[in-house]
Write a protein that binds this ligand. Structure first.
Ligand code: NAP
Length: 276
């Protein structure tokens, strides 16, 4: 393979579930780009060696998924401020100056929200985030950078919400899971960042009666596309935004850097990814 046939891919373990190959291969076909995007199962013990070898054999970059998102930060030669604040990277670009690590999940989240709920603005009121895991950190950074005045964080393990809140300053406010109903009262945005509601998982058990029906509700879970939370929010009169768009939008910067073309997120892409 040569520079004329750039190679990219996704590394993780396991990797079979990843939708990234369907997504990038759709764009490669659509724009007639001579290039390949390959899923690569990489055990933790092989991560450092893999990242040394890939640039030498024609790879221009890779996406990174579980369990390597945090570990790659220490292996990169440069890291964006965003990836450092989130504490994880999902997009690596290889060049003569080494491995550059970025995190595009915050971008993907906010783009999806803006497209799906064009009337939502950061100044409308507080956001309530359920969950405090890795994805929650990207959502929190996205909302703070967008200018949301207060982001409430409710998590089953309250210590985790307290730790994140302490790290990100006074606009991030931990709330007890038992007070979620109360925290909804004046919320303009509700985000599920937990895995609850995913096919095979129990639903997120919250009642929306206190949530203003002017609020926007979004879920990071996208299997199913309409989670029980989104179905209840729609029933309540809220604008809802599914999580698939976040996955699609987070892929844009990587494709652009590796293959030299800004790709479009549209229905054809959604359908290609849903078909797998
Ligand atoms: P993670 O780091 O493992 O965090 C999981 C979160 O879910 C934690 O807050 C955890 O609470 C909570 N949780 C799990 N089981 C629970 C239960 N039974 N009851 C209450 N809370 C529970 O995972 P992650 O990487 O943040 O991913 C979270 C979800 O986001 C996954 O479904 C992932 O697929 C999705 N995601 C989607 C996108 C996208 O592009 N749409 C991007 C990234 C992630 P504790 O702290 O109490 O354990």
């Amino acid at each position: 393979m040569t520079k004329n046939t750039p190679l990219a891919g996704v590394i993780g373990m396991p990797i079979g579930h990843s939708r990234s190959p369907a997504l990038h291969c759709h764009w490669l076909r659509r724009y007639g780009i001579k290039g390949h995007y390959i899923p690569m199962p990489v055990p933790e013990a092989d991560l450092a060696d893999t990242l040394k070898v890939l640039p030498r054999i024609g790879f221009v970059g890779v996406n990174v998924t579980i369990p390597h998102k945090e570990a790659v930060l220490a292996l990169a030669h440069s890291t964006t401020d965003l990836a450092r604040r989130i504490g994880a990277a999902n997009t690596l670009t290889f060049s003569e100056s080494g491995i550059h690590a970025d995190n595009t999940d915050a971008f993907g989240f906010i783009e999806n929200l803006k497209v799906g709920a064009p009337n939502w603005t950061a100044s409308q009121g507080p956001a309530l985030m359920i969950g405090a895991g890795g994805a929650a950190r990207a959502v929190l950074v996205a909302l703070l950078d967008e200018g949301v005045g207060e982001v409430r964080i409710a998590n089953r393990t309250i210590d985790r919400s307290k730790r994140i809140a302490a790290e990100f300053g006074p606009r991030a406010v931990p709330v007890n899971f038992d007070n979620v109903r109360h925290a909804m009262e004046d919320a303009a945005l509700l985000v599920n960042t937990t895995s609850l509601g995913m096919t095979g998982e129990p639903p997120l058990n919250v009642t929306l009666e206190k949530l203003p029906n002017s609020a926007t509700v979004t879920d990071l879970v996208y299997t199913p596309l309409e989670t029980p939370l989104l179905a209840a929010a729609k029933e309540h009169g809220c604008v809802t935004v599914d999580g698939l768009g976040m996955l699609l939008h987070q892929a844009v910067p990587g494709f652009e850097r590796w293959f030299g073309r800004t790709p479009e997120v549209d229905d054809a892409l959604r359908n290609a990814v849903l078909k797998g």
